[in-house]
Design a protein around this ligand. Structure first.
Ligand SMILES: NC(=O)c1ccc[n+]([C@@H]2O[C@H](COP(=O)([O-])OP(=O)(O)OC[C@H]3O[C@@H](n4cnc5c(N)ncnc54)[C@H](O)[C@@H]3O)[C@@H](O)[C@H]2O)c1
Length: 372
């Protein structure tokens, strides 16, 4: 390891690399740095290298191919920020080259592929972590500790939603939004996954899943200015309503949609027999934002009202997504046990695959029955 710390290779230099991961490396200076970047479009790789330098970080080498990046002995670990359909093959190539991996979500498209990557990482003694980073943020680490300590009594119900029109309507988006409306992504793997990680991270695994969904707005005009005129045919369900049975009379429901113009509903609420936590969508990506809390008081003169509670401390990062590489580096340093495990990501993938099967079969599906 050099004085720069752990050498990172960035694979995929698009929107999220420029917008979030790149700036998220600044607080890690001295502990880790991007030493090489790769994108099949070299202008994107050059742009990321220049933007990292503009942030005052060392300028990484631009690798001409993925093989070249993986052959670079300065690269100890990779951040896989390629589009979803390439995650698995890129993760496997990286692990085979002896690199630790932090993958954007989803880990893979099938459970067999996800398990194969986990097995490969174990065989090689390498770390394999996966986004989303929800449970690694200061706020969610604190929430989990509070809930485990009995803040809400027994948590029995979670409701959440991530509902928008999707990236075709995100005017500031720098990538190609088409992939998000196709069968390898869709709103559950892109957005619902945040809520599903939070619910299963806080309340534990799901046992059964039932879902309704369909394509409700089949053609989308892309509103991103430099893609004017692009129209997307929607082939993945753009509304997905998912119910989870968490066992022991505990339940959850999640709305995941790319066909919802706007909503004022909270991103996530957790209800227990002694209280409720509510988290707004506006503050969802803030790593230290307070949560709204309602604690029941059954005394005759009991005071019941909304209050706010905030996690202690303040993060050095400014966005939830940046908690991923920060946690990854801490795991590689041996300073933290893994939270964003590939096993957790695989459980959430199995929920999403079970939801797809439930939509087809019209009945509830046992999560353990999903093997594809
Ligand atoms: N954009 C966001 O805000 C955001 C937020 C959270 C997660 N993500 C996830 O990050 C990943 C990337 O999303 P994005 O929005 O940056 O997409 P993007 O299309 O803007 O960027 C992807 C980049 O990967 C490159 N690429 C294509 N094929 C590749 C391959 N085989 N190997 C390496 N690179 C390849 C593309 O040229 C492009 O530059 C996705 O999995 C997405 O779900 C994005």
């Amino acid at each position: 390891m050099s004085e720069r710390g752990i050498g990172l290779g960035i694979i995929g230099c698009g929107d999220v690399a420029l917008r979030t991961y790149g700036p998220g490396l600044a607080p890690l200076a001295g502990r880790a740095a991007a030493v090489a970047v790769y994108d099949p479009d070299p202008t994107r790789a050059e742009r990321l290298a220049a933007e990292l330098e503009a942030l005052g970080l060392p300028r990484p080498a631009v690798a001409p191919t993925l093989d070249a990046l993986l052959a670079d002995s300065d690269v100890a670990a990779v951040l896989n920020l390629s589009p979803a359909p390439f995650h698995h093959e890129t993760n496997v190539a990286s692990l085979q080259a002896g690199k630790h991996v932090f993958s954007e979500k989803p880990l893979a498209g099938t459970l067999a592929d996800a398990q194969a990557a986990i097995d490969l990482a174990h065989e090689r003694g390498l770390a394999l972590l996966c986004a989303p980073a929800v449970m690694a943020t200061n706020r969610f680490r604190w929430l989990k500790a509070q809930i485990d300590a009995g803040w809400l009594g027994r948590p029995t119900l979670a409701t959440g939603q991530m509902a928008s029109m999707g990236p075709a309507a995100w005017r500031e988006y720098k990538g190609d939004p088409a992939v998000f409306y196709g069968p390898s992504v869709g709103p559950a793997l892109d957005l619902g996954v945040y809520i599903l990680h939070a619910i299963t991270g806080l309340l534990g695994p799901a046992r059964r899943v039932e879902a309704f969904g369909g394509v409700s707005i089949p053609r989308r005009n892309v509103l991103i200015p430099d893609r004017e005129g692009q129209v997307i045919d929607v082939t993945a369900p753009d509304h997905l309503l998912i119910h989870l049975d968490l066992g022991d009379n505990r339940f959850a429901q999640v709305l995941s949609s790319f066909a919802t113009p706007r909503s004022k509903a909270p991103a996530l609420e957790i209800h227990g027999d002694a209280g409720t936590i509510s988290i707004s969508l506006e503050s969802w990506y803030e790593p230290d934002a307070p949560v709204d809390l309602w604690q029941r008081d059954e005394r005759p003169d009991g005071m019941e009202r909304w209050t706010q509670a905030a996690p202690p401390g303040s993060s050095r990062i400014s966005h939830q997504i940046q908690a991923g590489p920060e946690h990854f580096v801490a795991v590689l340093e041996g300073a933290e046990p893994p939270i964003l495990t590939a096993e957790h990501a695989t459980h959430v993938l199995s929920i999403i695959l079970a939801a797809a099967r439930s939509m087809e079969e019209g009945c509830a599906v046992d999560v353990s029955r999903v093997v594809e």
